[in-house]
Design a protein around this ligand. Structure first.
Ligand SMILES: Cc1cc2nc3c(=O)[nH]c(=O)nc-3n(C[C@H](O)[C@H](O)[C@H](O)COP(=O)(O)O)c2cc1C
Length: 160
């Protein structure tokens, strides 16, 4: 049985949407779902769960996450994912003091919950400043998806 992975993202101006689409494109077993102001209806069935948010409001999560995280934690907590991670977008050039502050916000919300393991794999992306963001974030995603499939970490090495 193949395991399914979920990349749940929000985006106010389209950058996080673009990044998530690019990252998800090569992975057929990765469901890409956008979190919107409407209450999310999570149906379950994912072994791997990744949350992605841009940073807004002086180092905070995008408001859609702040609104829905408590309910999402409950929904996912019933059958917590075995693997996961967090993807955070920020802008170091114009928001240096609060750069990628959504990471801290995710920490405040998820620590002590069944989704706390997501805090173990965090990827920060600043596409304007780092032209190599795709390489960096794809490698991060590959590690999570490989772990989720239950295969040994260095399995790929044996196929070359
Ligand atoms: C009003 C506003 C506030 C922002 N605040 C921060 C911030 O505090 N820290 C940060 O790193 N980036 C901040 N950003 C940058 C966004 O996180 C970045 O542009 C991101 O790519 C936007 O993603 P989106 O297009 O998916 O909404 C801010 C952007 C805007 C427009």
């Amino acid at each position: 049985m193949t395991s399914r992975a979920l990349l749940l993202f929000s985006s106010a101006r389209g950058q996080t949407r673009r990044v998530c689409r690019v990252l998800a494109a090569p992975h057929a077993a990765l469901d890409l779902i956008e979190l919107t102001p409407e209450p999310p209806r999570y149906s379950g069935g994912h072994d791997v769960v990744i949350f992605a948010s841009p940073t807004y409001g002086q180092g905070e999560l995008h408001h859609v996450w702040t609104t829905h995280l408590p309910q999402l934690i409950q929904s996912f907590g019933a059958a917590p994912p075995t693997q996961g991670g967090l993807l955070v977008l920020g802008d170091r050039r114009y928001h240096g003091h609060t750069f990628a502050g959504a990471v801290n916000a995710f920490h405040r919300h998820l620590r002590g919950t069944p989704l706390a393991p997501l805090l173990g794999r965090i990827c920060v992306v600043d596409p304007r400043e780092n032209p190599a963001w795709q390489q960096h974030a794809s490698a991060w995603l590959d590690v999570i998806l490989q772990e989720g499939s239950g295969g040994p970490y260095d399995d790929a090495d044996h196929h070359h």
